[in-house]
Design a protein around this ligand. Structure first.
Ligand SMILES: Nc1ncnc2c1ncn2[C@@H]1O[C@H](COP(=O)(O)OP(=O)(O)OP(=O)(O)O)[C@@H](O)[C@H]1O
Ligand SMILES: [Mg+2]
Length: 449
């Protein structure tokens, strides 16, 4: 059956002419003599497209457009405009009209435009479908591993997902805390609502507030437009506070206030906003230790840590390593257009014995660089970095995981990757998952070459 088009036009001749032409083209048309009538039709039946004149008695085209955007967001609006009112038509497009046509209407042009508009909408729908499917794959299925610690983790995720309680995810770097947070969100009744991440460590002091709560136009230098904060964006969804242990004292106080009062104002604003968000926080820091030192507020700690979810290190679940290696080999082979190489059993044994201070992320990066440099043959023990082969112990902080500083690990990871990429900084930055600029800066900082 044809798509339904409302033709809103006060000039009866134009209206009837368009109606007849569109009916011939296979559309079901509904005439409306003014904006009010058009809105009534939209309220009564499911309409695909609204063709509307700009100047009509009663509610004119722009007013109708605003109402349609608010109440019937699925409807495509195309503006019909008289010669000389193109400015208004452009304004209409800013307000969400799909396009405009100048009168007298060229019917071929109109039909083409309708086809494009419907096609564009179909793509939007398809995209939404894909997103829904993404929900399914962003859940538990992403978390690979059959070891007992992983099974316990999966159970914990399923149990907390159905509650609305605040969750604190703990675990070393690279263990999959973010995946766990997503699995909780997509397993909850909030799955269709946004999952919004805030990286607390990445935010400079002054920006955290505006990032979390948004700001009004002109609230501070550079605040050119009003902007919604993460709390607002996460409304009815989940707010993921990543690296919450790295927050400054002032930011902690601000966050605590919202959590206690459940309401906030945008920076520079007076309106009090209430949002419904579920909180998930994550950290790889020793929060209890920080609380003891006075570096993390105890009251905030208790608010965030309603349900603790510990994520095991890769060391504690070495039996999952072969599955992860196979998975990452497959994924990166696809990405880089290479065949999936074999891994010899002694290479695999070394991978299973290694301590993995960087956990799954380190494994992932290692597999990727091995794949990039594989020449088609199997991956053998000799292809593995010295640290994994168990050589140069002592010189390699990665082997003494608990004692190594993050800085040492970082320096080492960069150095290793640069060696592995033969000094190719672009490849190295991709493997390390950092920007090229950051890499250059770190190379300087660490005096690497
Ligand atoms: N169990 C798992 N199965 C498959 N992939 C995993 C698993 N755990 C982690 N990963 C992958 O490892 C990488 C690191 O995971 P993630 O970013 O969730 O770690 P994290 O704990 O948040 O680390 P950090 O503390 O450094 O932020 C991601 O690419 C993630 O997809
Ligand atoms: Mg993380």
């Amino acid at each position: 059956m044809g798509h339904v088009i409302v033709v809103a036009e006060d000039d009866a001749r134009t209206r009837d002419g368009l109606g007849r032409a569109l009916t011939r083209a296979g559309y079901r048309t509904r005439p409306a003599a003014d904006g009010v009538e058009a809105l009534t039709i939209l309220g009564n039946e499911s309409v695909d497209i609204l063709l509307t004149d700009l100047k009509m008695p009663g509610a004119d085209g722009l007013a109708v457009l605003e109402r349609v955007r608010a109440d019937f967001p699925e409807v495509i609006v195309i503006i019909l405009t008289a010669f000389g009112t193109v400015d208004v038509a452009v304004e209409a497009m800013k307000k969400g009209a799909y396009d405009f046509l100048t009168k007298p209407i060229n019917l071929d042009k109109l039909e083409l435009l309708l086809q494009h508009a419907l096609e564009a909408r179909r793509l939007v729908h398809e995209n939404r479908e894909l997103k829904l499917r993404l929900h399914e794959t962003s859940g538990l299925k992403q978390l690979l591993g059959r070891s007992a610690p992983m099974q316990r983790l999966r159970e914990a995720i399923q149990q907390v997902a159905v509650t609305d309680a605040a969750v604190l995810i703990r675990g070393e770097t690279g263990t999959g805390k973010e995946l766990v947070a997503q699995a909780i969100h997509y397993g909850s009744h909030r799955a269709d609502r946004p999952f919004v991440k805030v990286s607390c460590a990445a935010l400079p002091e002054g920006l955290l507030e505006s990032e979390l709560f948004g700001h009004e136009r002109g609230a501070f230098t550079g605040a050119r437009d009003r902007r919604k904060g993460r709390f607002e964006l996460a409304h009815r969804g989940t707010l993921f506070l990543d690296e919450v242990g790295d927050m400054s004292a002032a930011s902690q106080a601000k966050l605590l206030r919202v959590l206690q009062e459940q309401e906030f104002e945008r920076v520079g604003g007076t309106e009090t906003l209430r949002v419904d968000v579920r909180l998930i926080a994550a950290t790889n820091r020793d929060l209890e230790g920080l609380v003891g030192e006075g570096a993390f507020r105890e009251d905030l700690y208790y608010r965030l840590n309603v349900v603790p979810v510990p994520v095991p290190s890769l060391r504690e679940r070495a039996e999952d390593i072969p599955i992860l290696v196979a998975h990452f080999l497959q994924a990166f082979a696809e990405r880089w257009g290479k065949p999936v190489p074999e891994v010899t059993s002694d290479a695999l044994a070394l991978l299973c014995r290694y301590a993995w201070p960087g956990n799954v992320r380190e494994l992932q990066h290692l597999v990727e660089s091995m794949l990039i440099f594989s020449k088609g043959g199997p991956i053998v023990a000799g292809d593995l970095p010295a640290a994994v082969r168990g050589e140069d112990r002592g010189a390699d902080p990665g082997d003494r995981a608990p004692g190594a500083s993050l800085r040492d690990l970082e320096r080492q990871a960069i150095a290793r990757t640069l060696v592995a990429t033969g000094g190719n900084k672009r490849k190295a930055s991709e493997i390390l998952g950092i920007g090229l600029k950051t890499l250059y800066r770190k190379i300087q900082e660490f005096g690497l070459q």
